[in-house]
Design a protein around this ligand. Structure first.
Ligand SMILES: Cc1ncc(C[n+]2csc(CCOP(=O)(O)OP(=O)(O)O)c2C)c(N)n1
Ligand SMILES: [Mg+2]
Length: 1017
């Protein structure tokens, strides 16, 4: 490895470069050389291919390897394959693949070498230099491209040796700048390598033309970053799209369409500025081209088969996008400025966060298209994974396995795109089998500022888009003042996605004409930039001037298009004035057509199922694959399956079996189940084992839950990337698409969920209230104080409870509908189940409800194997249901009047409490009541239980610290349930800053103290 590297660094140094060519000549006879070049495409590398990497030492040898590998990676030894794949090797320009080099060198009239004679070393060197220059432009031309409409960052052209001014400087050409030729060489003909398309049909071009074309392609208004991509096919694809002569030629009709769209985009902001001058709207001025850009992406994508586009975007230009991309009725948008009362439920959101969903005819392609903009919070980029999850789900339900019909577009601000970590986390989902959306087009509205902060203070990377390089996404930087360049880039991006189904990025480099919002003064912080902006004509005017000058349209036409759009706005404005209310439903991003219709909103379907169903699921779940003889399963798993089978025979279920019963029975009913999170396939605690792995064959797996019934719904269980923020957001988005699915996300340990806090706060807990959309997402959060230290103990249930919207002081009217009404009215459900049966029921209830609410479930760790944490099938079969409270059903419960103390608790501590009670022989004196559904609080059942034990002292026992766990939530609600006539006192750990002690001994001391306190009379 070291030797190969050394050989190459030598070959690549400017000095060695020259020697390399000479050496090449020396070592080969000139005739052989000419032949070899011509025949390069058909050379075989059998002998070399067999050579392992470690043996290779010479440059030509590596060249051979590289060229062979480029053609067919399997033709070289695996060690070479690994080396080239690892991208450690950059081919020097002369080592680029040569297959299209059909003319022999001798066919050229190189200075000195006359027809048929061998080329001299200078000729070879010059050709190599030209190839190096071509490659330099391709790799680094973007560094000198003219991207900044304000010209602040634009590099001046420098006069080269040939007397012509060019942008490509040493940053671009590096050591090859020394090879730039003099004026006398400009007319010399150079053969073009197969890695460039600048020649079109020409195999060779004069040097001057080569340089001019390269400048025009790579250092003009488009800067393409793509040479880091590992695939030669993809690199060539991009080169072709940008280098082929004439790609930027637009017909007059196309130009007029761009102008019309730009007129609308510009006119919309101007209209709002005129009518609502003091309102924040986060206008797009300075980057209005984003609207025609999005339309172009959508047009081309629809042409290529896409039927549904799901977009996520921040504040900037959002209203304009709704109006001019989605064509949301303008009057509905204007009504948002009027400060009207809402006609429907919900607390609403500011106008530049609202979502929308529109189905309409695309007039350009004459095809129907569905466009959704997903509602989002202020939290920049938080919507990204949500959009991806929603897109993935839509692809799934349509059977669109390659993403040909449904696609996502994510729009970003420049500062947020590089600053927010969730962008990176979301990028990393892009190629994972269970998370990919088969390519997202990212559009950065790069106004070169974030609020008041310049890029030089907001990022350490050269571009705001560098994060996309990690997934090999090509990045198309483009000057936002050149509409045609922008349209070309958009077309290429849409085609890229349709061809390779991978992400790509369009970096629209514009500026921000106003302050961060329309009321802000930008001169406070960016005086020089804004002096330039004040003098800068807007894009529409620049483009109109251009089209008028070239005769594509007249000044009158330009004016009349603008006037026409203003009239449209005025009419909508008048209509908006007649509205008396806003309707949140008009802003729904994910309508569930047919789901609510005809349903009794307060009727929950039964959650128990026939015993035979449980037995069937149990048997399947405990069986090895049908082809067990060939499928080698780990012995430990055979024991797990046998233990499961024994439970099924006894008609009892542990936690994993209870969960499988819930999943299996829902799948049978046609409900799609998707479980996602870190290591969920096996389960963090090695209890689930949904995916059995063949011990001898890679990727051979068996998942019995996918084979319960022939006509069942699909089950998907996926180990996710090691992300909480993006993956939870993704699953939330997935759950928004279709209510008839149970979507679950499991944290590795509950406390890790706080790295996804924005998804929890901004979407899950408040989404329905802000955006009238529902989600039945389940969060499974392993929780419990088991002496594992501060970071593996608590899912911080207190935080979820603090965000629950039920009023501590309000006891809802008691009736048969008490429980369902509470569920209907709350923002989410928080529960901590102690039995597999209750876990099973609460999961099934998610689907049995006539509406959807997120479910936050504290889930067990040690209880997964606790001998008592098992449920008989009778608690899951027909007639059984979820128990919000599990009363004491031992001696205390049977003789309540003798009971001296009632200990209310939730979760696993119950088992410790009962054990202590047995040890102390206090079964008749102390009742233990489990609150399984903590929120919404079971006021009615707590009251009932308290009434049962009229003479008893009431306590709440918890293992979490006093300022954590459920105490602060349940305390006031107990008082309301008891009508303030009795008190309930606290038993448990004192307040603490940390969730749990790191010392095992201290943990045991604390636990014993709490158990002794609770179980004493
Ligand atoms: C997570 C998060 N942090 C901070 C903010 C406050 N904030 C709103 S806009 C903004 C600047 C965004 O800059 P950029 O992404 O470039 O978008 P632009 O406003 O320039 O279009 C900031 C810091 C926010 N909305 N979200
Ligand atoms: Mg910005």
């Amino acid at each position: 490895m070291h030797r190969a590297h050394t050989a190459f660094s030598l070959a690549l140094s400017p000095k060695a470069h020259k020697n390399f060519a000479t050496w090449l000549l020396k070592s080969t006879s000139s005739q052989q050389m000419a032949k070899a070049t011509a025949a390069a495409a058909v050379r075989t590398y059998n002998s070399a291919a067999a050579e392992p990497f470690a043996n290779g030492s010479t440059a030509s040898y590596v060249e051979e390897m590289y060229n062979a590998w480029l053609r067919d990676p399997t033709s070289v030894h695996t060690s070479w394959d690994a080396y080239f794949r690892s991208n450690s090797y950059t081919s020097p320009p002369n080592l680029a693949p040569v297959q299209a080099n059909t003319l022999p060198l001798t066919a050229f009239n190189f200075g000195g070498a006359v027809g048929g004679a061998a080329p001299d070393s200078k000729t070879i060197d010059d050709h190599l230099a030209v190839q190096a220059i071509i490659r330099s432009y391709q790799s680094r031309g973007h560094l000198a491209s003219d991207l900044d409409p304000l010209g602040i960052l634009t590099r001046e052209k420098t006069v080269c040796k040939d007397g012509l001014a060019r942008r490509a400087n040493e940053d671009v050409l590096r050591q090859h700048s020394g090879f730039l030729f003099g004026e006398q060489d400009m007319e010399r003909q150079f053969k073009l390598p197969s890695t460039t398309f600048i020649g079109g049909d020409e195999a060779s071009l004069p040097l001057k033309e080569i340089l001019n074309r390269l400048e025009n392609v790579y250092c003009n208004k488009i800067g393409v970053e793509f040479m880091f991509i590992n695939s030669l096919e993809q690199c060539n694809w991009i080169r072709k799209r940008f280098e082929t002569p004439g790609v930027l030629n637009f017909s007059p009709e196309e130009k007029r369409l761009i102008l019309a769209r730009l007129t609308r985009a510009t006119g919309f902001e101007a209209f709002l500025a005129k009518k609502y001058s003091s309102e924040k709207r986060f206008g797009l001025e300075g980057c209005e081209i984003m609207i025609p850009a999005l339309k172009e992406i959508i047009d081309v994508s629809t042409e290529l088969g896409v039927e549904s586009v799901i977009m996520g975007m921040p504040h900037r230009g959002r209203l304009n996008t709704l109006a001019n991309v989605c064509r949301k009725p303008l009057n509905q948008i204007f009504t948002q400025f009027a400060g009207l009362e809402a006609a429907d439920d919900g607390s609403g959101d500011v106008k530049y966060h609202l979502g929308t969903y529109i189905e309409r005819l695309n007039r350009v392609t004459n095809k129907n298209i569905r466009l959704a903009v997903v509602a989002n919070p202020s939290h920049l980029e938080a919507v990204d994974p949500v959009v991806q999850g929603k897109t993935r789900a839509e692809q799934f339900y349509r059977g669109d396995q390659e993403g040909k019909k449904v696609m996502s577009i994510l729009i970003h601000g420049d500062a947020a795109f590089c600053g927010q970590g969730v962008v990176y986390e979301t990028m990393h989902l892009s190629d994972l089998p269970d998370y990919t959306t088969h390519g997202t087009i990212h559009v950065v509205a790069n106004n070169q500022i974030g609020f008041t902060t310049d890029p030089r203070f907001s990022r350490s990377s050269p571009y705001c888009t560098d994060v996309a390089r990690v997934v090999n996404a090509p990045i198309f930087h483009v000057n936002a003042d050149d509409p045609e360049a922008v349209m070309h880039v958009c077309k290429v991006a849409a085609e890229w996605r349709a061809t390779f189904h991978k992400d790509c990025v369009i970096d629209l480099v514009g500026y921000r004409r106003n302050g961060h919002n329309e009321i802000d003064e930008p001169m406070f912080t960016q005086p020089l930039m804004y002096q330039k902006i004040r003098k800068h004509k807007n894009c529409l005017d620049l483009y109109a001037d251009k089209l008028i000058a070239e005769g594509t349209c007249t000044a009158e036409e330009v004016k009349s298009v603008a006037a026409k759009y203003e009239n449209i706005c005025e009419e909508a404005f008048a209509l908006a004035k007649t509205e008396t209310h806003v309707k949140y439903k008009d802003w729904l991003d994910s309508p569930w057509s047919g789901f609510f219709e005809g349903k009794d909103p307060l009727k929950v379907a039964p959650t128990g199922v026939k015993e035979e169903t449980l037995i069937h699921i149990g048997n399947r779940f405990s069986s090895p694959p049908p082809n067990a003889a060939e499928f080698v399963i780990h012995k430990g798993l055979l024991r797990v399956l046998a233990a499961r089978k024994a439970m099924v025979d006894e008609k009892i279920a542990d936690w994993a079996l209870g969960e499988a019963m819930a999943f299996g029975s829902l799948l049978k009913e046609g409900i799609h189940v998707r479980l996602s999170g870190q290591d969920v396939e096996r389960g963090t605690f090695s209890h689930r084992h949904h995916v059995l792995h063949h011990q001898l064959v890679d990727k051979a797996t068996y998942n019995s839950l996918q084979h319960m019934y022939p006509d069942q719904a699909p089950y998907s269980v996926s180990n996710s990337s090691l992300s909480e923020y993006a993956v939870l957001g993704f699953e939330h988005g997935y759950s928004m698409t279709n209510p008839n699915a149970l979507v679950l996300w499991e944290a590795q340990f509950g406390d890790f969920s706080n790295t996804a806090q924005s998804i929890i706060d901004q979407f899950i807990s408040s989404g329905q209230s802000k955006w009238v959309r529902q989600s039945g997402l389940v969060m499974l959060l392993p929780h419990g104080m088991e002496g594992m230290g501060p970071e593996h103990s608590s899912c911080r249930v207190e935080r979820f409870l603090q965000m629950s919207s039920d009023d501590p002081d309000y006891f809802p009217p008691e009736s048969d509908e008490f429980a369902i009404r509470q569920l209907h009215d709350i923002n989410w459900i928080v529960a901590n189940c102690t039995t597999p049966a209750n876990y099973y029921h609460i999961l099934r209830r998610q689907i049995a409800l006539p509406f959807r609410k997120p479910l936050i479930l504290c889930t067990p760790k040690s209880l997964l194997r606790h001998p008592e944490a098992k449920s008989p099938f009778s608690e899951m079969s027909e007639g059984s249901e979820f128990q919000r409270i599990i009363p004491d059903n031992g001696p205390a419960g049977q003789n309540p009047s003798n009971v001296k103390k009632v200990v209310f608790c939730t979760g696993r501590v119950y088992y410790d409490l009962t054990k202590t009670r047995t040890e102390k022989q206090l079964e008749s004196d102390i009742a233990i009541v489990r609150v399984e559904q903590v929120s919404p609080f079971p006021f009615d059942l707590v009251k009932e239980q308290a009434n049962l034990y009229k003479n008893a002292e009431l306590v709440w026992a918890q293992e979490e610290h006093k300022n954590q766990g459920c105490w602060t939530y349940v305390q006031p609600r107990f008082l309301t349930a008891l009508n303030h006539s009795r008190d309930v006192s606290y038993v448990g750990r004192a307040c603490g800053a940390s969730t749990a002690t790191g010392s095992k001994a201290m943990h045991i001391r604390e636990l014993n103290a709490l158990l002794n306190d609770a179980i004493s009379t």
